[in-house]
Ligand binder design. Structure first.
Ligand code: CTP
Ligand code: MG
Length: 214
């Protein structure tokens, strides 16, 4: 499932982020292509803004298209209605367009090995400080056990369905599985799975794409 219904406020391109062009094709097209390149996925469901449903269906004839919601979790919940009888489900941000196939492989392998919820993640490189409202440092956080979490996040279908039966107040899908009582397993993420959030990120993705495709 690819939630792609966000407006891209922080990118500020004037177009919903998934439909912004990156090297001549939309972020969403490149994301779907990346999912296909992993060779692990039978059905792709994309959630997009309502006004772009027909456009998306024409652009990507092999994917199922649903209307997304006001929050990312609403978009994922809408996509969940179209997954058919899948037993392993991946949820992947459209905005993590350059995610390498190996990341998909690690996530799926861990779910198939029995983990109900799996996230790719990276160690945190920067020093982290807790601050008060006035910008004064309260403490330095031990970053050793911290991880920055990416997508695709992988689930045994029953775990994701249970996660979405409860509250949807969490910033990622594994957070909801966690609230539903499931253990969440971390596998190695990849720097290329970064999320295109700001104009800087889009520029970085353009440069990386240029370097990768020669
Ligand atoms: N998303 C979605 N439905 C929403 C909000 C987000 O499907 N209501 C998707 C986005 O399209 C994106 C992914 O969730 O692929 C991660 O969200 P984010 O990077 O925050 O994208 P936007 O919400 O579009 O960006 P912003 O927060 O800057 O507006
Ligand atoms: Mg957002």
């Amino acid at each position: 499932m690819i939630p792609a219904a966000g407006s891209g406020t922080r990118l500020g391109a004037g177009t919903p982020k998934a439909f912004v062009e990156l090297g001549g094709r939309t972020i969403l097209e490149r994301c779907v292509e990346g999912v296909g390149a992993a060779g692990l996925v039978d059905v792709v469901v994309v959630a997009v803004p309502e006004e772009l449903v027909d456009h998306t269906a024409a652009l990507l004839p092999d994917v199922r298209v649903v209307v997304g919601g006001a929050e990312r979790s609403h978009s994922v919940r809408a996509a969940l209605t179209e997954i058919g009888d899948a037993d392993v489900v991946l949820v992947h941000d459209a905005a993590r367009t350059l995610t390498p196939p190996a990341v998909f492989g690690r996530v799926v392998d861990a779910v198939r090995a029995g983990a109900p919820a799996v996230v790719p993640a990276l160690p945190v490189a920067d020093t982290l400080k807790r601050v008060d409202d006035g910008g004064r440092v309260i403490s330095t956080v031990d970053r050793g056990p911290l991880r920055a979490v990416q997508t695709p996040q992988g689930f045994a279908v029953e775990a994701l369905r249970a996660a979405y039966r409860g509250s949807t107040v969490a910033t990622d899908d594994a957070g909801l599985a966690e609230l539903a009582g499931y253990p969440v397993q971390v596998v190695a993420g990849d720097a290329l799975a970064f999320k295109i959030t700001t104009a800087f990120d889009l520029r970085l993705a353009e440069l990386l794409l240029g370097a990768m495709t020669g």
